[in-house]
Design a protein around this ligand. Structure first.
Ligand code: NAD
Ligand code: TYD
Length: 375
């Protein structure tokens, strides 16, 4: 069967990437999707079981740092677009092993950019009549941390244009001030993408999104880790006093934004993606406990005794809050789910998919867990 175009999605076996691959494969049957993924501990083909037999889907196991392989893949398949999600993504791991983060996030991105440029530039940035595009997925963590000027939180503050925990937000103009090795490596990769646009004229754009949650997230990140621990009545390691604030977005809303921006965003631009949905960790954790307890038929809140305050993360960013007004005004994107609804769906998904959780928490997972938390 002939296809209109071929796109590479990197990191498609990971959390967000699997939602993006699923959306593109099902929404665009005329587009061939190549999922390029190294299958690190965070990549799992079980995340894509439901679409693996589709005629427009191909999986290629490869490392984005392997320039020759990536270059061959772009060339041999007449690839006209790359949506780049592959990365090392966990802050705690970056604190232990920064080299791996620089390798994959910086050198891997550079290898992809150069492979794309090598094929696209001589063709005038057009392959088979299709304009080329390199779309780099990044994080709000590159902007650094905001202050907590209203530590108790004030939900009515939003009416005067501020967030519940502070007046300021990250906008597309906020200066980069990454603190963790993870965010430093992502910041560097963002700069390389913009440099390829500015230097070579590569059609490229970057988006910076807030914390995602939903199905298929590896249970080392807060929400799936805690759901799993509550289920087994294991301690919930809350860093510091649990006062840090994160801005949460349901993963399918991020995938929808990626689709919209890939097709309608402007080259050379940056778009922030977020749901104006800030939560203090400890409050979010209590909502999680109540939801898991209710779904499991335990008395609501019974598992609050699992909360265990542990030593804070080194360099722990206090608050993230994204202003996504530009995306709303330019492309009409808005999150579709209320947080309570998203959390309910997420909790039910993890509790209904014990096989998936057991599968990804087998092997090396417990030794990582023991090393991290000493339990
Ligand atoms: P993830 O860790 O769940 O998945 C990463 C995927 O990349 C895995 O499938 C892994 O196998 C693959 N990968 C890692 N190194 C690779 C390499 N060298 N070559 C090829 N594949 C490799 O990550 P995620 O949470 O889905 O994040 C995806 C992207 O979105 C990342 O770039 C991340 O920085 C960004 N992001 C994540 C969040 C979030 O809350 N999770 C928020 C904003 C932006
Ligand atoms: P995480 O899911 O790792 O995302 P990020 O660090 O990229 O924001 O963590 C979300 C918040 O939860 C962050 O403030 C750190 C905190 N946290 C804990 O308190 N305990 C944990 O075990 C984990 C994994 C995170």
């Amino acid at each position: 069967m002939g296809f209109d175009r071929t796109l590479i999605i990197t990191g498609g076996a990971g959390f967000i990437g699997s939602h993006v691959v699923r959306l593109f494969v099902t929404k665009y049957p005329g587009t061939r999707i190549i999922n390029l993924d190294k299958l690190t501990y965070a990549g799992n083909l079980a995340n894509l079981k439901d679409i693996e037999g589709k005629p427009n889907y191909t999986f290629v196991k490869a490392d984005i740092c392997d320039y020759e392989t990536v270059r061959g893949l772009v060339r041999d398949n007449n690839v006209s677009g790359i949506i780049h999600l592959a990365a090392e993504s966990h802050v705690d791991r970056s604190i232990v092993d920064p080299f791996t983060f620089a390798r994959t996030n910086v050198m891997g991105t550079l290898s992809l950019l150069q492979a794309a440029r090598d094929y696209w530039e001589p063709a005038g940035w057009e392959i088979g009549g299709k304009p080329c595009r390199f779309y780099h997925i990044s994080t709000d963590e590159v902007y650094g941390a905001l202050e907590l000027t209203r530590p108790e939180g004030d939900p009515s503050a939003g009416e005067s244009g501020g967030g519940p925990f502070g007046d300021d937000f990250f906008t597309e103009e906020t200066k980069y001030r990454p603190h963790s090795p993870y965010s430093a490596a992502k910041a560097s990769s963002d700069h390389f993408v913009r440099a390829y646009h500015d230097t070579y004229g590569m059609p490229a754009l970057v988006t910076n999104c807030s914390n995602n949650y939903g199905p298929y997230q590896f249970p080392e990140k807060l929400i799936p880790l805690f759901i799993n621990n509550i289920r087994y009545r294991r301690p919930l390691p809350v860093y510091g006093k649990g006062e840090n604030v994160r801005d949460w977005l349901y993963v399918e809303d991020h995938a929808r934004a990626i689709d919209l921006i890939f097709h309608n965003g402007r080259d050379g631009e940056t778009y922030n993606i977020g749901g104006f949905n800030e939560w203090k960790n400890i409050d979010l954790i209590k909502v999680l406990i109540r939801t898991v307890d209710r779904v499991l038929g335990r008395p609501e809140g019974a598992d609050e005794d699992l909360i265990t305050f542990v030593t804070d993360r080194k360099g722990h960013d206090m608050r993230y809050a994204i202003d996504s007004t530009k995306l709303k005004e330019e492309l009409g994107w808005e999150p579709s789910l209320q947080f309570e609804e998203g959390i309910e769906k997420t909790v039910r998904w993890y509790l209904d998919n014990q096989d998936w959780l057991d599968n990804v928490t087998s092997g090396d997972y417990m030794s990582y867990y023991e090393k991290m938390y000493g339990v």
